[in-house]
Design a protein around this ligand. Structure first.
Ligand SMILES: NC(=O)c1ccc[n+]([C@@H]2O[C@H](COP(=O)([O-])OP(=O)(O)OC[C@H]3O[C@@H](n4cnc5c(N)ncnc54)[C@H](OP(=O)(O)O)[C@@H]3O)[C@@H](O)[C@H]2O)c1
Length: 264
């Protein structure tokens, strides 16, 4: 029987996950279909997942925390992040994973060895990235516009600052995990602060994909090598695909999924 997969979100209409996942499924001749599922109430996620006979799902904004709380079991780094982006049905139980964190680590591999990261933002994505870096013993400092989202990082003994009390060091990589630049032309921190940081840094990564954000443009002007968030999106999807299909995605699958992602 054809296996059903879905992405839950609100909104979900713009998600590129179906085209990416379906390209991978087709490539390996897997009898499965991946669809969009608009979900209003995150607390109903497990019930709706089961009722629809989904074998696996991805979860996007704003349901990742609800999905964590409602799962029967949580595996891996997701236990610390307390937010999940993947559900798998296993022997009637809903098992939850976070593939955003390892997906980010895979995306920055092309920069080579990284030892010290400045992470801008303190939202859901920043939590996953900070713990992913910490798990690899990479030093991470969080810098956020405001103080109020920093508690999670303090509880996890991650160095963190708001703009007001920031004490800069030298970082090899600067990551933008804020939404500044997504639908506007804002920088994620004051220009002068960023310029001083970029002058001593080698790389800049933006979680936003498909455009050169003001953050990436400024990094490039200051001679940093830049990368957008496409690979992060791709690799979180590839890792979820491996869980959905119980296969190892080789290069040909990864490239098919990348092609799917770029389809209009
Ligand atoms: N490539 C991928 O696969 C991928 C995956 C996940 C997310 N993303 C992207 O990552 C970004 C963050 O997502 P999220 O879910 O973590 O968002 P979120 O939980 O809403 O957090 C947003 C963060 O951005 C900060 N922020 C918003 N506007 C700002 C501005 N103008 N200047 C400075 N800081 C600002 C907020 O600071 P305050 O606390 O001060 O409000 C907060 O720390 C989004 O752009 C999303 O598209 C990409």
């Amino acid at each position: 029987m054809t296996k059903k997969f879905a992405i839950f979100g609100n909104p979900v209409i713009h998600s590129k996950s179906p085209q990416m996942q379906n390209a991978g499924l087709k490539h390996i001749n897997f009898d499965g279909i991946y669809e969009k599922h608009h979900l209003e109430n995150g607390n109903e996620i497990k019930e709706i997942f089961l009722k629809n006979n989904y074998k696996g799902a991805n979860i996007t904004v704003p349901h990742k925390e609800f999905a964590y709380e409602n799962a029967d079991d949580v595996r891996g780094i997701a236990k610390e992040i307390k937010a999940v982006n993947t559900y798998i049905l296993e022997k009637g139980k809903v098992i939850a994973y976070n593939t955003d964190a390892p997906g980010f680590l895979k995306a920055i591999e092309s920069f080579g060895t990284i030892k010290n990261v400045l992470l801008l933002g303190a939202g859901g994505t920043a939590k996953a990235i900070a713990l992913a870096l910490k798990s690899k013993n990479i030093k991470v400092t969080v810098l956020n516009r405001s103080e109020n989202k920093l508690d999670f990082f303090k509880e996890n003994t991650i160095n963190c600052f708001s703009w007001e009390n920031f004490k800069p060091e030298i970082y090899d990589l600067v990551v933008n995990s804020t939404s500044a630049g997504l639908k506007d032309e804002y920088l994620p921190a004051p220009k002068e602060m960023l310029e001083n940081i970029f002058k001593n840094a080698s790389f800049a990564f933006d979680c936003i994909y498909g455009k050169i954000t003001p953050f990436l443009a400024l990094a490039s002007e200051n001679d940093c090598k830049i990368k957008d968030g496409e690979d992060m999106l791709l690799y979180q999807g590839v890792l979820a695909f491996e869980l959905f299909t119980n296969t190892k995605a080789d290069n040909s699958v990864v490239e098919m999924m990348r092609k799917g992602l770029k389809e209009e």
